[in-house]
Ligand binder design. Structure first.
Ligand code: TLP
Length: 348
């Protein structure tokens, strides 16, 4: 039986159409700006996001890092959520490599930061303080259940940032999931932000890469930072070719993943021993916990599910995250619920 891998949408393999496009991609040296396929991807991505220019980067982490280092200098401060990927899972890159000071605010359960809290966090001009330069949001918000941030909320944060002379960056690793869930054009979600990164290699199935988008001037400066970070690559068109297919073929089908995540949440919620988060966001993530009736912890459940060929991620001692994607079909959802039922029964 094929393995059902729900640990993340990062595990997605390229589709046959992507492999085909990769094999036949026209290539050049992207450090010279001569890879036609990379150039094409950057143009398509920027147009979709409603931005002037795009920059292909090897990962979401590098996209966020390049963006933050482009906006901020050493000793500047970035306001971000305490559950943000940029704060929790990017190895402290902004501080370690850029000398940028993260100022964290509590993320609300829906992934937002309170507007009042953001406003209070902006530093007055005083030599004792770092200089507040940037606000960073995340959409969808991974640690907050995959919740999508609305156009309205993003606009309010953008207005707040700009009123204080700050800029707004969006970690939009899964912004196409957010747009699909909210039924809005992705460009509307990106309109209030000065820069946005999105990932090709998560739910969009491409093997490698993200695109950072913003104004021509911002991307010109980010280009140099990408080079400093070692992210200037050569015949990257083999990767960009898959990214173009991702934008054409996979973006329009993301709602299927959301539908299956809802089905999965529903099936799991009916099992004794499982507590599915009450406010399941409508994207591709399902977070759940174990009730007191289950004697073992998440690590043991993960190990036992693996014996049923089902892989899920433990996000705490008694918590899990399951992420749906292109390679998870209806039977996979049913098999996962059945495997959970069997494992939980054995452990209660
Ligand atoms: N997220 C991964 C892990 O690192 C947690 C996952 O499995 O979800 N922003 C967001 C919101 C992300 O979720 C991720 C990856 C990134 C940035 C970083 O992307 P990569 O892995 O391409 O550097």
């Amino acid at each position: 039986m094929a393995i059902i891998d729900l640990r993340s949408d990062t595990v997605t393999q390229p589709t046959p159409a992507m492999r085909e496009a990769m094999a036949h991609a026209q290539l050049g040296d992207d450090v010279y700006g001569e890879d036609p396929t990379v150039n094409q991807l950057q143009e398509i991505a920027a147009a979709m996001l409603g931005k002037e220019a795009g920059l292909f980067v090897p990962s979401g982490t590098m996209g966020n890092l390049a963006a933050i280092l482009t906006h901020c200098g050493r000793g500047d401060e970035v306001i971000m959520g305490n559950q943000a990927h940029t704060f929790r899972y990017e190895a402290g890159g902004v501080a370690a490599l850029g000398g940028v000071h993260p100022h964290t605010l509590p993320n609300q359960v829906d992934g937002t930061l309170l507007l009042d809290a953001i406003e209070s966090a902006i530093r007055p001009d005083d030599e004792h303080h770092p200089i507040t330069r940037l606000i960073a949001l995340e959409n969808t918000h991974n640690r907050c259940g995959g919740s999508p941030l609305s156009v309205e909320y993003t606009r309010k944060v953008g207005e707040l940032a700009h009123a204080h002379g700050l800029v707004l960056h969006l970690d939009g690793a899964r912004i196409f999931n957010a747009a699909a869930a909210l039924n809005v054009d992705v460009a509307e979600l990106a309109a209030p932000v000065d820069s946005v990164t999105f990932c090709l290699s998560k739910g969009l199935c491409a093997p490698v890469g993200s695109v950072l988008c913003g104004t021509h001037d911002f991307i010109r400066r980010a280009h140099r930072i990408r080079k400093q970070l070692g992210g200037g690559t050569r015949q990257a068109g083999v990767l960009a070719a898959a990214g173009i297919i991702a934008l054409q073929d996979i973006v329009p089908r993301l709602k299927e993943d959301h539908y299956r995540a809802a089905k999965l949440a529903q099936g799991l919620a009916e099992l004794p021993g499982v507590v599915v988060d009450a406010t399941q966001p409508p994207t591709n993530m399902v977070y759940l916990g174990l009730s007191d009736t289950i004697a073992v912890g998440a690590a043991e459940i993960v190990a036992q599910l693996k014996e049923h060929q089902v892989l899920v991620g433990a996000t705490g001692k008694r918590r899990f995250r399951l992420v749906t994607h292109y390679w998870i079909d209806d039977p996979a959802v049913e098999t996962t619920v059945a495997a959970f039922a069997e494992v939980l029964k054995a452990c209660s």
